[in-house]
Structures are given as C-alpha cells and as structure tokens.
Write a protein that binds this ligand. Sequence first.
Ligand SMILES: [Zn+2]
Ligand SMILES: [Zn+2]
Length: 224
Amino acid sequence: MLKIDLHIHTLLGGDSAIRPDEVVARARQVGLDAVCITEHHAYDLSAPFVQIATRENFPIFRGLEYRAEEGHLLIYGVPAGRGDLLPGLPMQTVVDWVNRRGGAAVPAHPYQEGMVSRALGDRILGLKGIAAIEILNGSVRSDKNERAQWAARQMGLPGIGGSDAHGIQALGNAYTCFEDAFQTESELAQALRAGRYTVQGSSADQRSPTIDLSGQAASSPRFP
Ligand SMILES: [Zn+2]
Ligand SMILES: [Zn+2]
C-alpha cells in the first residue's frame, strides 16, 4: 500500500503558503508514504523537490496542474512546461498531448468552479482518454466531490484523491492509496491508468474548523 497525496501546491507555484522545506515533515506526520507536487502550469517550478527528496529520504513525485479552457487538469508522468502547453487550450487537446507522451491526464475538481472560470461539469463525460478523475479533492465541498464520483462511475474510470493543499495544515486531507508500489513518475502514470487504488480523506466541509494537532481528519464528519 502506497499512500500519496497527489495534488499539492507550494510557494514555488506562486499561489500557496506552503514552504517546500516543510512538506516532508508534514507528510510524515499525517502518515503519507509519498507526495506529488502539482504546481500550476509548469513541471519545472517544482525542481527544488528533487534535492529535498534526496536530503529527506522521502519519495516526492512531481506533476503539474494545467488550466485548460474548460477547467483544471492534473498531468502526471510528462514534464510539461509553459513552452510545451500554452494555458487555456481545450482539455481534450491536452489529454491527447499527454497520452501521446505516455503520461496520465486527470481532471481536477471537475465540478468546482475556479475563481475566474466555470466548472468543467458534465462536459467531463465527453472526454476521451483520461486516466482517472479526481473524485476526492480535500479543498472542495462534498457535494462537488460526490458529483465527480458519479461521473467516474458513469465513465467506468478510477478516482484519485488529493488535498489541493495551499496551506501546510491541509496537506494529506485527501490522498490516494495504491495497491502496488512504484518509484518513478512514469510508473506513477502507469499506476494511474491501471486503476488499482482507492481514495481516503475528507471534503472541505467534513472537517472540524478547529486546528487538529494530530493531523488526522476529524473522526466524525460534519455536515453543516
Ligand atoms: Zn485547480
Ligand atoms: Zn490545485
């Protein structure tokens, strides 16, 4: 079993308060076996994590979160940067681009509208070639995650979990439990396609607002 938070942002991406050097301690504290850093638009932004992984002796994968025309897309196993993919392309175009390079494309929080963008919504049902759907995003409400779970069932696709953390306390609030171990980012992409994993964690509205020093999600989900 390999527990990985597949969706994390840090200061390197410009919109998160998480310092790169605090990621591993927090990941260990909440019981993760690995993390995957997914800065916005550019794989290269998270390059400092190569050294951090070595220094801390902790597996750190890197991907990216691409902003497509219709919504956000997590990309694993392809080191794409701004030079490869201009922001705002149609999601299907990017999914095809990722697949041609052996990566895995996973729509993120498909039913959560962004600050400036609409949600991908049911248009996800028309996408071809996505490896999985993010069905448990720790930063969105449970009704949005439930809708994503419904879409995954409709499409016969596996679902991943990730915290979408922009603050250190949120890291690990949702994660993916892989049945098989792997070590490289290409193997991560293959594992995402293989579908042998489940999700753990909670949606944003299912946690106590009080600071939980144990790092565990609230044991009794709250439904305000
Ligand atoms: Zn996003
Ligand atoms: Zn994100």
